[in-house]
Write a protein of this length. Structure first.
Length: 239
């Protein structure tokens, strides 16, 4: 199997996993940097993630131009993906979702921070991007490269950012890594809300986060991926 074939299958599986785990519903998307051309990325046409097939996946330049659209309508927010790939050569996958438990942290001023070791991959704390700060009243959708670049700037060197009144954007070194962070970002948000109702939270220290993140190897990612892929009705490819 070629590198391209592998990534295309990973994207189909990633979409099915994110839907099955409740990270996306009819909306949200996941992309991968093109394995043969780092100035291009791969992203499905505009379709519900649970329904995506290999033939839905389109190749784009970083500015969001389709190489061979063939009548396949694009996601409006593809600019999230291109802007992050442009800014972060180390990123090889991007997930944008409306994961329900993260939404309150984007609108209340309460910082989302890891309290469980499995959630350390979200970073020391998750920043919040507010489109109104620079673009005023909008639909809150990232509809052009200027908005995408502003979001990418806030993400910086980190793994994720919340988007006020909208959702979250997650980046990873691989499709499996970005999916892993996305799932545990939702888990962490849900647990933090539960813990806040009980009392003061003792969050992971920055040092603990760094040590845990260093242990998130391919072994960790593959173990989770196999479980989630089978639950979503997909076979796991050898990494």
């Amino acid at each position: 199997m070629s590198k391209l074939d592998f990534v295309l299958e990973e994207l189909v599986t990633a979409n099915r996993i994110l839907a099955n785990e409740g990270i996306v519903d009819s909306f949200g998307h996941v992309s991968a940097r093109h394995p043969d051309n780092p100035q291009h990325y791969l992203l499905s046409r505009a379709r519900a993630p649970e329904r995506i097939e290999r033939g839905d996946i389109v190749e784009y330049t970083l500015d969001g131009t389709a190489i061979d659209e063939r009548g396949r309508a694009p996601y409006l927010e593809r600019f999230i993906h291109g802007a992050i790939y442009e800014a972060r050569p180390d990123v090889h996958a991007v997930v944008h979702n409306h994961s329900p438990s993260v939404i309150p942290f984007g609108v209340t001023g309460t910082k989302l921070k890891p309290l469980l070791h499995m959630c350390a991959s979200c970073g020391h704390e998750v920043p919040v991007w507010d489109s109104q700060d620079k673009f005023g009243d909008t639909t809150l959708l990232v509809s052009d490269m200027a908005m995408g670049r502003d979001l990418a700037k806030l993400v910086g060197a980190g793994p994720t950012a919340l988007m006020r009144g909208h959702g979250a954007t997650v980046v990873g070194r691989s499709v499996r890594h970005a999916v892993f962070i996305s799932v545990y970002l939702e888990v962490g948000a849900k647990l933090q809300m539960q813990a806040m109702a009980m009392g003061e939270i003792k969050f992971l220290t920055p040092g603990e986060v760094d040590k845990i993140v260093a242990r998130v190897t391919d072994y960790t990612l593959n173990r989770a991926w196999e479980n989630w892929a089978r639950r979503a009705g997909r076979d796991m490819q050898a990494a």
